[in-house]
Design a protein around this ligand. Structure first.
Ligand SMILES: Cc1cc2nc3c(=O)[nH]c(=O)nc-3n(C[C@H](O)[C@H](O)[C@H](O)COP(=O)(O)OP(=O)(O)OC[C@H]3O[C@@H](n4cnc5c(N)ncnc54)[C@H](O)[C@@H]3O)c2cc1C
Length: 234
């Protein structure tokens, strides 16, 4: 066994899949339960690291870690929800599509810094559908009188899924591709520049969110402290 696998076995905890269901053409909702979730200190926007291949032979070659946003966490039932997209067809996507109730999952978390900063005068949530559960978790915590701008890129309508209560509080743009400039045009149409000091969260594909971060910083002179950028995938 490799040192990495041995280390991962020592730090991970176990959860059980309680339910797995398809919620969009390329997304599954997974419900996980674990005694470890009872005393969690959880902040909306935190993530879970899921490990695959820990029990397989072959050491580090088979070990994979993928990060998923906690869509919702219930301390009373010690359960949490994830929404995993399958566009990638990689180890994480295959795991989600094959998950069945009763399966065991090795995880580490919660963690991450792409979390809700309270008290902003407005928020903008920009990204693709792999960020949806993340942004729904943030959106639920934002007071109703605080403006929220959102641009969620989906290639097809059937890739969009609602929040856990069935609501659709975020704005979808359905298009083959969406450049950083097109994201910003859609956000500006919702008034991004008219609410100064809006805190911008930008997730999704690395090329788009990094390009968008630069445009906001250099051309829009958006203050660094109001820009939170987190590539979800490369
Ligand atoms: C902070 C954070 C939170 C995240 N939260 C979520 C989440 O809640 N739900 C979720 O589904 N993912 C989330 N991700 C992304 C996730 O960790 C994986 O990167 C993603 O699921 C792909 O893993 P994979 O093993 O299926 O494919 P990989 O083997 O990692 O990738 C295979 C190929 O697919 C491409 N690819 C990866 N993702 C996508 C995509 N969305 N659309 C199109 N092509 C893609 C890659 O460029 C690569 O070429 C998050 C990532 C971060 C950093």
């Amino acid at each position: 066994m490799s040192l990495l696998t041995s280390l991962a076995r020592q730090v991970t905890q176990q959860a059980t899949i309680v339910a797995a269901q398809r919620i969009a053409a390329h997304a599954y909702q997974l419900t996980l339960a674990s005694p470890a979730f009872v005393d969690w200190t959880y902040t909306p926007g935190q993530t879970l690291n899921v490990f695959f291949g820990l029990s397989a032979r072959g050491g580090a070659a088979t070990l994979r870690k993928r990060t998923y946003s906690v869509w919702d966490y219930n301390p009373h039932t010690a359960q949490l929800e994830l929404a995993v997209c399958t566009f990638s067809d990689g180890p994480g996507a295959r795991w989600a599509a094959q998950c069945r109730a009763g399966d065991e999952v090795s995880f580490y978390g919660p963690g991450g810094k792409f979390v809700l900063a309270p008290n902003a005068v407005g928020y903008a949530l920009l990204g693709d559908v792999s960020c949806l559960s993340h942004f729904y978790a943030l959106r639920r915590q934002i007071p109703t009188d605080v403006p929220v701008i959102s641009v969620i890129h989906a290639q097809h309508t059937d890739d969009c899924f609602p929040d856990l209560d069935g609501s659709l509080p975020l704005h979808f743009v359905v298009a083959d591709t969406l450049s950083a400039e097109q994201f910003l045009a859609a956000a500006e149409a919702q008034g991004l520049r008219s609410v100064p000091e809006t805190l911008v969260y930008w997730g999704g594909p690395q090329t788009t969110c990094v390009a968008g971060h630069r445009v906001l910083q250099r051309e829009w002179q958006w203050p660094d402290q109001l820009l939170k950028t987190k590539p979800f995938w490369k």
